[in-house]
Design a protein around this ligand. Structure first.
Ligand code: MRU
Length: 333
C-alpha cells in the first residue's frame, strides 16, 4: 500500500512542524503543507486540507505542541479543539495532550506521538476484526473517505478491505462520490486504486439502485462520533445509505476506534453537527452551479440511528449497540 502520509510531525518540540498532505488537491496533486503555526493548523482542519475524525485528532494533538510553543496557553488549545465540532477525536486528543503536557511543549509532543501510534495500531486491529466480514466476490459499499487519508494508519472502514485484500480475497468496492466535497470520488477511489482494489464510483443517489440490483452484500463506513447508545454521526448521506441498506437487507457496519466513541453523549440528538458554507453547494470549484444568493442548507454530517447499524468494528472486536456503554466504562485492555 503506497498511500501518502496523512499527518506527521517532523523535528523536535522546539522547532519542528506538522506536515500534512493537502487533501483539497487530491487526486490531481500530491502536495504537502508544512504547518508551524497554530492558526495555520486550525485553518487546515477547517478547510479540510486534513480531515477524517482520527486524522484531525492526531493533527490536533500535534497542534497543541504549536499552541504551547507559541505561548497561547489554554486559549490556543481551545482554538485547536474547536476547529471542527462533530468529530469527537479532536477534542478528545486535545484534552489528552493538555493533561499530559501541563503546559510543556516537549511533553505535549510525547503524548501526541503516543496518540499517533495508538491510532495506527487501532486501524490495524480494526482491519483484522473487520476482514472476517469480507468474502471473495462480494460487493461492498462505502461512503465518504474513512481510509488511510482519514487516519494515521490504514483507515477505519477501509482497513478491513485492505486486510482482506492482503489475505487474498477479491471484491468490488462501490464508493459513493459523497456530495458536496467528493471525498468518495477524490479520496476513496484514489487510495483504493493505489492499493490495487477494484473500485467503482457512483453518485450518492445511485446507491439504492446498486443495492436493489444485488451488487452489494456489505456496507461499511466510518464515523465522527458515536453516542453511548450507538447512534453514529458520519458524513452527510450515511443515514440515507443506511435506510437503503435496511430496505435491501444489506448489513451496514460502522468501523471506528474507541477515540470516536463518546460516553458523554447519550444519543445522536446530542451530537453537534457542523454546518458549512453554502458556497460548497452553490459552486463546484470555480463554476457557479446555483444562483449566488440562493439559500442553502449544508450540514456536513448526519446521524444514523443505532437500529440501522449491524455492528461496530472496533480495535477490540465487533460490538453491538447494547455493548457500547459497558465497553466504554470498562478499563482499557
Ligand atoms: O468532513 P470529513 O471529510 O472530515 O468527513 C469525514 C467522515 O465523515 C469520515 O467518514 C469519518 O471522519 C471517519 S474517518 C476514519
Amino acid at each position: 500500500m503506497s498511500i501518502p502520509k496523512t499527518v506527521q510531525w517532523l523535528g523536535d518540540a522546539a522547532s519542528g512542524f506538522i506536515r500534512i498532505i493537502d487533501q483539497t488537491l487530491l487526486p490531481a496533486r500530491e502536495q504537502y503543507l508544512d504547518l508551524a503555526d497554530t492558526g495555520a493548523l486550525v485553518d487546515a482542519i477547517a478547510r479540510l486540507a486534513v480531515r477524517g475524525a482520527p486524522a484531525i485528532g492526531v493533527a490536533g494533538a500535534y497542534g497543541c505542541v504549536l499552541a504551547l510553543r507559541q505561548g497561547m496557553g489554554e486559549a490556543g488549545l481551545e482554538r485547536v479543539a474547536g476547529a471542527r465540532p462533530t468529530a469527537v477525536n479532536l477534542r478528545w486528543a486535545v484534552q489528552r495532550v493538555r493533561k499530559a503536557a501541563n503546559g510543556d511543549p516537549a511533553r505535549a509532543l510525547d503524548e501526541a506521538r503516543r496518540i499517533h501510534a495508538e491510532d495506527e495500531a487501532s486501524c490495524a486491529a480494526i482491519g483484522r476484526h473487520g476482514a472476517a466480514l469480507i468474502r471473495d466476490g462480494m460487493g461492498i459499499i462505502t461512503h465518504c473517505n474513512a481510509g488511510a487519508l482519514a487516519t494515521a494508519g490504514m483507515g477505519t472502514a477501509l482497513a478491513p478491505l485492505y486486510t482482506a485484500h492482503q489475505q487474498g480475497r477479491r471484491f468490488t468496492v462501490f464508493a459513493d462520490e459523497t456530495r458536496p466535497l467528493l471525498q468518495g470520488a477524490r479520496l476513496t477511489a484514489f487510495e483504493l486504486g493505489q492499493a490495487g482494489i477494484a473500485v467503482t464510483v457512483i453518485a450518492d443517489n445511485m446507491a439504492p439502485v446498486v443495492l436493489r440490483r444485488g451488487l452489494v452484500q456489505l456496507a461499511v463506513t466510518g464515523a465522527d462520533r458515536i453516542a453511548a447508545n450507538g447512534d453514529a454521526a458520519n458524513k452527510i448521506g450515511t443515514y440515507g445509505l443506511a435506510l437503503a441498506c435496511k430496505a435491501h437487507n444489506v448489513p451496514l457496519y460502522i468501523a471506528a476506534p474507541r477515540s470516536t466513541f463518546d460516553a458523554a453523549t447519550p444519543d445522536g440528538a446530542a451530537i453537534p453537527i457542523e454546518e458549512r458554507s453554502g458556497d460548497e453547494l452553490r459552486r463546484l470549484g470555480p463554476v457557479q452551479t446555483a444562483p449566488p444568493d440562493v439559500a442553502v442548507f449544508n450540514p456536513a454530517f448526519d446521524v444514523t440511528p443505532a437500529a440501522l447499524i449491524a455492528g461496530y468494528i472496533t480495535e477490540n472486536g465487533i460490538l453491538q449497540a447494547g455493548q457500547i456503554a459497558g465497553w466504554l466504562a470498562a478499563p482499557q485492555p
